[in-house]
Design a protein around this ligand. Structure first.
Ligand SMILES: Cc1ncc(COP(=O)(O)O)c(C=O)c1O
Ligand SMILES: N[C@@H](CCOP(=O)(O)O)C(=O)O
Length: 462
């Protein structure tokens, strides 16, 4: 399998090369040159298989023989052994035709673990094989950071630097990152927001001189391996509900769009999906783009669903690339315009997207209402991100006879502020985090400037 850039100018890469990088050198994102098919027979044969076996089968074509089958099976099995639920990502039926896909049973209680438990192991495998070290730089609005640290802390060949927006993540999220005192883990609280952090990580890929030749690797969903691993749970959930004989729909709390783009890839591979719903918080650029063709930046708003406080949605570029029939030049022109002024999609790609996608935006008051309503109806306490999905699924699903699967992206214990505001006493942390609030923290506050962040990384890396 080869991987090509959405901007069309960077060299095509192998799987190993694409995992060991981040942005393409032309500023684009890597996608597979061809989308491997998932036939009806292949889907039907997955019924009743373990999550790890489905994961192996779905991801194998993307790995393309660059990790031998036995080794890859072991990597996948070990990655999902770290989950606290036997089903890894269980489906929880809310009512006759609405299901929650619980993606929060990994070590850090958010969907990011599904991909980052795997990515850490794949990176370790390739770096050990090459006898190389690498530096990871990641930006987080709260969840990717801890999942990446947890996935990479035991990797001898890696130093990991995670940038989070100072005072804009929940206390549990911050402590999940800053209480890991391993020598190869560095937490940076930047005096800015997630978009600033993500922009600095991306800029570091464009100019890597500050690392004197050491390899720089991404753990955000700009890294293709993140998307690859996330495709699997769409397939597993749909098969559990009767695919390929039966269509399903998905509703996805969205921001950087890696999660929903993975679902779209599953659809393009052959999964019978009737509708995708994009749920956003008050940072509603994805909703405005789809509903009103208003592809323009607005100031970032701090919400009760802080992990989705993002304006510049990285993976939307990958979706645009597909919607524009892989016309890299058109995508580049659109995204360059978007950086400096309000932009709009061309008619044909927009119409194409609207056939498959719907969207809905949910403000903070509604998040609180939904947490209360859902608890009354189902006895579930939703986290504030999942709450956006629950409401969007109810509001804009096109066919109530098709099973709707809303992705539950985080555990409510991570977001006490919203849960308590909604009138509940809070949700206890699981036993392995019992003493999280007493543990020692270590992090460095830095101004949101590329120079200060790069200097810190260059000085601290081992
Ligand atoms: C809990 C939670 N829900 C939803 C999202 C949105 O996912 P994505 O960025 O893949 O769209 C994120 C992170 O972005 C998250 O941490
Ligand atoms: N919500 C994310 C933001 C980064 O998204 P990613 O999927 O690109 O890593 C977070 O919690 O950090």
């Amino acid at each position: 399998m080869r991987y090509i850039s959405t901007r069309g100018q960077a060299p095509a890469l192998s799987f190993e090369e694409v995992v060991l990088t981040g942005m393409a050198s032309d500023g684009g994102l890597y996608v597979p040159e061809e989308i491997p098919p998932l036939s009806h027979e292949a889907l039907a044969s997955m019924a009743g298989l373990s999550y790890a076996e489905i994961a192996f089968r779905v991801m194998k074509p993307y790995v393309g023989g660059e990790i031998d089958d036995d080794t890859f099976r072991t990597i996948v099995r070990d990655a999902y052994a770290a989950f606290s639920h036997d089903a890894v990502v269980p489906l929880n039926q809310l009512d006759a035709n609405h299901f929650l896909l619980e993606l929060f049973h990994g070590p850090t209680l958010a969907f990011k673990d599904v991909a980052l438990q795997l990515l850490g192991r794949i990176l370790d495998h390739f770096l050990a094989k090459r006898g190389e070290r690498a530096v990871i730089m990641g930006a987080t609005s709260g969840d990717t950071g801890s999942a990446a640290i947890e996935g990479c802390r035991h990797c001898d060949n890696l130093d990991i630097f995670i940038l989070h927006p100072h005072n804009r993540v929940s206390e549990v999220q911050r402590r999940q990152m800053t209480t890991v005192l391993a020598d190869n883990v560095f937490n940076i609280a930047i005096e800015g927001n997630f978009d600033d952090a993500q922009a600095m990580v991306k800029a570091s890929f464009a100019d890597q001189d500050f690392l004197d030749g050491t390899r720089l690797v991404a753990v955000n969903s700009i890294n293709w391996a993140r998307i690859m691993a996330q495709i699997v749970y769409y397939v597993a959930a749909a098969v559990a509900l009767g695919a390929p004989r039966r269509d399903v729909s998905f509703c996805v709390p969205s921001a950087n769009f890696g999660n929903l783009f993975a679902g779209y890839m599953a659809y393009r591979m052959g999964l019978p999906v009737q509708q995708f719903i994009i749920a956003t918080n008050a940072n509603d650029i994805l909703h405005r783009t789809l509903a009103d063709n208003d592809f323009s930046k607005r100031d970032l708003i701090a919400t009760l669903a802080p992990s989705m406080d993002i304006v510049v949605s990285s993976n939307f570029e990958r979706l645009l690339f597909e919607a524009y029939d892989r016309d890299a030049e058109a995508v580049g022109t659109l995204l360059e315009r978007f950086q400096v002024e309000p932009a709009a999609l061309a008619d044909a790609p927009l119409a194409d997207l609207r056939r498959l996608f719907a969207s809905h935006s949910v403000d903070d008051d509604t998040i609180l209402d939904v947490i209360r309503e859902a608890h009354q109806r189902t006895q579930e306490t939703l986290d504030p991100h999942t709450a956006t999905g629950y409401r969007a699924a109810e509001r804009v699903r096109s066919d109530s006879t098709v099973p709707m699967i809303t992705l539950a992206t985080a555990h409510p214990a991570k977001f006490a502020e919203a849960v308590v505001k909604a009138g509940f006493p809070g949700v206890p942390l699981p036993p392995h985090m019992d003493d999280l609030l007493e543990r020692e923290e270590r992090y460095t506050v830095l101004p949101a400037t590329l120079e200060s962040v790069q200097r810190f990384v260059a000085e601290q890396r081992r």
